[in-house]
Every structure is written in structure tokens, then in C-alpha cells.
Design a binder for this molecule. Structure first.
Ligand code: HEM
Ligand code: HEM
Length: 187
């Protein structure tokens, strides 16, 4: 029997969650396309610019999101959920935040350390600075590239786990967690 929750996330949290979720999925799709698909050179160049542009904007969005998070408590998880599941949800969410910060930071460090010094012009609108004193630093560049790659794959796995958890609650526990991350049901 489903137990419905008396609360949901606030509107600010809901908007940030879904706008950022769509943006991160686009980042993964563009990243994997750049790396693994044969596409024309010019399209590839444009995709890199696009990937960098949206990526650095997501760093700004992350700052807003973490500010929301440290000033608000998320709604209580249902008590019908076993303790291990509540712990797993908390750990999973924490690791999602870690990836939301360190994947774009590693990307930024990678392009800042590049010997090419290509600027990041955010959607042709303004220049996002490189991290100072990194240009041409091959050791940091290599490390950042590996970190971006490893963390992007970890992020992909975490997002799949996150979606699988929501589905598991829906299908097996007959509990719709999506109402917690959408408007409507208040209790
Ligand atoms: C694609 C990137 C995504 C990221 C980075 C992400 C991240 C997060 C994080 C960190 C939380 C916990 C918020 C907190 O308590 O601080 C959360 C909650 C939630 N997410 Fe996502 N999410 C993503 C996509 C999705 C998708 C596609 C779904 C739909 C299946 C979804 C459904 C939910 C739901 C229902 C909650 C509320 C969980 C609860 O407390 O009951 N998320 N998400
Ligand atoms: C915001 C989250 C981000 C996600 C989810 C993401 C995801 C990815 C993925 C999946 C790849 C392909 C990795 C592979 O399997 O080889 C990639 C590559 C790349 N990303 Fe990102 N990225 C993000 C942010 C950024 C940022 C902020 C920058 C730079 C400002 C950036 C620059 C790059 C570059 C230059 C590559 C190509 C790497 C190479 O040549 O090996 N990314 N990204």
C-alpha cells in the first residue's frame, strides 16, 4: 500500500532539478558524440564550443543549487522506506552533487591547461576566462582529462541508478516519488 508524502521539494528546487537534468543529459550526449561518433570536422568544432558553453553555465547553476541545498532541508523520505534505502538515496544524491561539480570543473581545468589556448565564448555571447596559470601545463591537463572522462562515466552510471531507483519505487513499491519533484500534491 502506497504511503503518500505530505511534502514535496520547493518550486526553486524543482525548477533547478529539471532544467539541470535536461542540461546534463545534453552534456553527456554531446560529450559522447564528440568523442565516439564520426562527424564532420566543422560540426565537431561547433559541438565542442556548445559543450563548453553549456558546461560552464552549469557551474553557475550548481552554485545556485548548492546554495538552495544548504539553506533548505529536503522533504523527509517516506518512513515506509527501509533504512538502507534511505541511506542509499542520501549517498546517491550526495555523489550526484559531487559529479555535478567536479565533471564541469575538470572540463574547465582541461581546456585551461590546453596548449592551444582556445577561448570559451559562451554561446558567442561573452568570454568565460580560463583558470589562471594553467596554460600549457601538460601534467594538470592530462590529469583533468582523465578526471573528466572517469567522472563523466561515473555520473552516467549514477544517473541511470537514480532513474532505476525511481522506477523501482513506482513498479515494485507502488510509490510515485515523482510527485515529490513536481508541483501538485502537497499532502
Ligand atoms: C539527469 C540528471 C539528474 C541529476 C543530476 C539529478 C539529481 C538529483 C538529486 C541530487 C536529487 C536529490 C535532491 C536533494 O535532496 O538534494 C534528485 C532528486 C530526485 N530526482 Fe533527480 N536527477 C537527475 C535526473 C532525474 C530524472 C531523469 C528523474 C526521473 C526519473 C529524476 C527524479 C528525481 C526524483 C523523483 C527526486 C526526488 C527524490 C526524493 O527525494 O524522493 N531525476 N535528483
Ligand atoms: C557539465 C557537465 C559536463 C558533462 C556531463 C560532460 C561530459 C563529457 C563527456 C561524456 C565527454 C566524453 C568523454 C569520453 O568518454 O571520452 C566529454 C568530453 C569533453 N568535455 Fe565535457 N562535460 C561537462 C562539462 C565540460 C566543461 C565545463 C568543459 C570545458 C569548459 C568540457 C570540455 C570537454 C572537452 C574539451 C571534451 C573532449 C575531451 C577530450 O578531447 O578528450 N566539458 N565531456
Amino acid at each position: 500500500m502506497a504511503v503518500y508524502h505530505s511534502t514535496r521539494y520547493t518550486s526553486v528546487a524543482i525548477i533547478l532539478h529539471w532544467v539541470m537534468a535536461i542540461a546534463f543529459l545534453l552534456m553527456l550526449a554531446s560529450g559522447y558524440t564528440m568523442e565516439y561518433l564520426e562527424i564532420p570536422k566543422e560540426l565537431k568544432f561547433n559541438l565542442y564550443q556548445w559543450h563548453k558553453s553549456l558546461g560552464v553555465l552549469l557551474l553557475v547553476a550548481f552554485v545556485l543549487r548548492i546554495l538552495w541545498r544548504v539553506t533548505h532541508k529536503p522533504p523527509f523520505l517516506p518512513l515506509s522506506m527501509p533504512r538502507w534505502e534511505r541511506k542509499a538515496a542520501k549517498l546517491g544524491h550526495f555523489l550526484l552533487y559531487v559529479c555535478m561539480l567536479f565533471v564541469p570543473l575538470a572540463g574547465w581545468a582541461m581546456v585551461s591547461a590546453s596548449v592551444y589556448g582556445l577561448p570559451t565564448i559562451v554561446f558567442g555571447w561573452f568570454e568565460w576566462p580560463h583558470i589562471p596559470n594553467l596554460a600549457g601545463n601538460e601534467a594538470i591537463g592530462g590529469l583533468a582529462k582523465t578526471a573528466h572522462w572517469v567522472l563523466a562515466w561515473a555520473f552516467t552510471a549514477l544517473i541511470l541508478g537514480h532513474i532505476a531507483a525511481v522506477l523501482k519505487h513506482r513498479v515494485i513499491d507502488k510509490e510515485n516519488l515523482l510527485t515529490r519533484m513536481w508541483w501538485g500534491k502537497k499532502g
